[in-house]
Design a protein around this ligand. Structure first.
Ligand SMILES: [Zn+2]
Length: 313
């Protein structure tokens, strides 16, 4: 039987990773310049509110609710004209907005929790965590692109927050998504893991770096691995991707076939870099490594790259 282009596992590897569960209907073809106004006029519209790197959450029984009705946020919602339209779910439109609320004096029953904690502690279900990622990236991009990069005039948001238009020169600016390659170099029964200088004690992970303009994903994987570890890669295979809203990256996870094994780590970027055999990786995944080595949590794409390789052996 010939190999099919779509001869893939039933569930895409990306779908197991944090921030991948966003199921909002983005309706990207329907985003007119009045998209935010129309959405806000819908009595079923709900907002996700962002303030100083935190998401505002309502305590809701045992869990957290990230949605606020438009009427609920009178007085502290911020400039509604600056809202971005994330999409529509079975209830109605969902928007995201930079709130002006003072997070040190929140009303009872509300919390402002930093994005990484919301993600790492699994405070939202997969769909809402995915929508949060979309909201963080878009609100951040709008907040940091208020002036035209061509002529310096003040820009205005359009198309539901997916575009900024310059009244001075007519330029249109679009949201950024910055691609990052994250890769697991493998050599027979071993894989290459590194320790970044900012990692918690004992943690190792896959190497990663930004893809540069004019570069293919595969070339970026080979370049970054060589620069960081001295390991040359041959074949590169895509595995999965993960939206990473800090602030607007897309992690692209790949495997790379190592052509040499003598590591020459770039110790300005890495504190350590070494080969791990499969047995050692399983011990680290299970939290039983004798030296206390551990790997990124299940929400992280690195975890899935490493686990997928280990379990394929
Ligand atoms: Zn301009």
């Amino acid at each position: 039987m010939p190999l099919s282009l779509f001869d893939l596992p039933q569930r895409e590897p990306s779908s197991f990773i944090g921030f991948s569960g966003n199921r909002l209907d983005r309706q990207s073809e329907k985003r007119g310049d009045d998209a935010v106004d129309l959405a806000l006029a819908d009595p079923k519209a709900r907002m996700m509110l962002i303030s100083s790197g935190r998401l505002l959450l309502k305590l809701n029984g045992a869990g957290f609710d990230p949605h606020f009705g438009v009427s609920e946020i009178d007085g502290w919602g911020g400039d509604r004209a600056g809202a971005v339209l994330l999409g529509v779910d079975s209830v109605g439109p969902v928007l995201a907005l930079a709130s002006t609320i003072d997070i040190d004096s929140l009303p009872d029953g509300m919390k402002a929790i930093d994005f990484r904690s919301v993600y790492a502690q699994g405070l939202l279900d997969s769909e809402r965590a995915g929508a949060m990622a979309q909201g963080i990236s878009l609100v951040t991009w709008n907040a940091t692109h208020k002036f035209c990069g061509r002529c310096g005039s003040e820009t205005r948001a359009a198309a539901g927050g997916y575009k900024r238009v310059c009244p001075g020169c007519g330029a249109e600016h679009f949201p950024r998504t910055d691609p990052v390659a994250i890769m697991l170099a493998v050599s027979g029964d071993r894989c290459l893991l590194g320790r970044g200088r900012h990692f918690g004690a004992g943690m190792f992970s896959a190497l990663a770096g930004f893809i540069e303009p004019g570069e293919t994903i595969e070339d970026a994987v080979r370049r970054e691995t060589l620069e960081e570890s001295g390991i040359r890669l041959g074949r590169v295979a895509y595995h999965a991707s993960q939206p990473w809203p800090f602030p607007h990256s897309l992690m692209i996870g790949c495997f790379g076939e190592a052509l040499n094994e003598d590591i020459q780590a770039d110790l300005t970027e890495l504190e350590a870099c070494r080969w791990f055999d499969r047995e050692e990786v399983f011990l680290a995944l299970e939290g039983k490594h004798p030296d206390g080595v551990f790997l990124p949590p299940r929400a992280a794409i690195a975890h899935h790259l490493i686990r997928a390789w280990a379990e394929a052996g």
